[in-house]
Each structure stands twice: as C-alpha cells, then as structure tokens.
Design a protein around this ligand. Structure first.
Ligand SMILES: *Cc1c(COP(=O)(O)O)cnc(C)c1O
Length: 212
C-alpha cells in the first residue's frame, strides 16, 4: 500500500524513493517481513535492539540497517559494522566519534544524514537549522559521506505545519547540494512524498500497531 502511494505521488520518479521499514519494538522476524514486503531497508531506534536483531538467528534476510534513534556516543562502537546509514547525526561529538571509529577500523566512508530540528521544538533531537551547514562541512571533512538531511514532522501533526517543515527540509538539502531528504512516518509520509522526500520511514502503516 505504501508502495502504491509512492508511485501515485511520484510517478516515474518513484524508484528514487527508499522505503525504510521501521521495526522498533517488533521482534527480529520483522526484519524478514520487511524484506518480504519489498522494503529497501530496516530502521531501528535503539542500539541494543538493533544489535540483538542483527545477531538473531531468526533473521534470515538482511536488509541495510538505518539507525534512526537518538545517537549516544558511547553506543557507536557497538553499532559499527552493523549500520548502513546513520540518519541521526546531529552534533559535533557524534561526527567526531564516527570518524574516529571508521578511521580506526579502516572502514569505508559511511553514509550519514544530518538530522535537523526543523520546527525548532525543544523536545526534539536534531541540530538547529542554522547549524546544519557547519555540521555537513565537518562531516564531509571527517570523511563521512553526507547523503542528505533527516527531519521529523512537528509534534502537533498539523498537516500545514508538517508540509511547511518538509518543504523547508527539501529546500535546505537542495541548497547544500544534497540528494537525500529523509522525512515522513506512517501518519505523514504522503505529505513528505509530495514535498520531495527521497527516504520515508514507515512502521505502523506496514506492520500494524507497534507493541509497547
Ligand atoms: C518510530 C519512528 C518512525 C516510524 O513511526 P510510525 O509511526 O510507526 O511509522 C519513523 N521515524 C522515526 C525517527 C521513528 O522514531
């Protein structure tokens, strides 16, 4: 269903959109479901859970793992080698931590997205809009591959404010010469698609209500 919405909104450019299946709180078998459902990647929020699933015997089909939760510097090491795309790079210390880790292990340039607190809400992660450019520069000079930006819609869920936030994020990505814009979850991914997101992160609209 999500796929048909992508095709509906984006037409011939639908192939440019990646669907990340958000599997947090679901068991390891959800990674298999995501693969069977034709998703492009799985998204996890918690280091411990991501690690457990990446090692679980139940997982027979591995999709690229996108880390989409708040990043704690002391968890980066555990996730090294498991994460394909780091979507929540929002401060200098995380960039330096990742750069050090990949440098130390001689790993290839990881793909990162800089998370922006686009609606400037105090309870949200993400850097301030005015700090994006600086972080993108730092990540680039630290040998991280910056694919683009990542944002969450405003907490209010108001469709007009959501559209505004996603539009702004797309514009910022474009201005920085970045291809990717990760925006949109189950309740607002259609707006994100209409506003040019290239990555949508969808959980409950694929798997049903998330276990607590
Ligand atoms: C949980 C989560 C999602 C997916 O949420 P759904 O409403 O289940 O689609 C997407 N992005 C982030 C950052 C999340 O934490």
């Amino acid at each position: 269903m999500v796929r048909s919405h992508i095709a509906e909104v984006r037409g011939s450019a639908a192939a440019l959109v990646r669907l990340v299946a958000v599997t947090k709180n679901f068991g390891p078998e959800a990674w298999n479901w995501a693969s069977d459902a034709g998703c492009d990647a799985v998204g996890e929020n918690y280091a411990q859970e991501a690690l457990a699933k990446s090692l679980a015997a139940e997982v027979t089909k591995q999709l690229p793992l996108h880390f989409i939760g708040h990043l704690q510097s002391n968890k980066l090491g555990q996730l090294y080698g498991k994460v394909h795309t780091w979507q929540t790079i929002d401060r200098e210390s995380v960039i330096r931590g990742l750069a050090k880790l990949y440098g130390m292990h001689g790993g290839t340039e990881p793909t990162v997205l800089v998370q922006v607190n686009i609606a400037n809400e105090s309870q949200k992660s993400g850097c301030r809009a005015q700090d994006v450019e600086k972080l993108v520069e730092l990540a680039r000079s630290s040998h991280l591959h910056v694919g683009g930006l990542m944002v969450m819609g405003p907490t209010s869920g108001d469709p007009t404010a959501t559209r505004q936030a996603f539009r702004e994020a797309r514009k910022m990505s474009d201005e920085l010469g970045l291809l990717e814009c990760s925006a949109g979850m189950s309740h607002d991914y259609r707006i994100a698609l209409e506003e040019g997101a290239t990555i949508i992160r969808v959980g409950s609209a694929i798997f049903g209500e998330r276990p607590q």
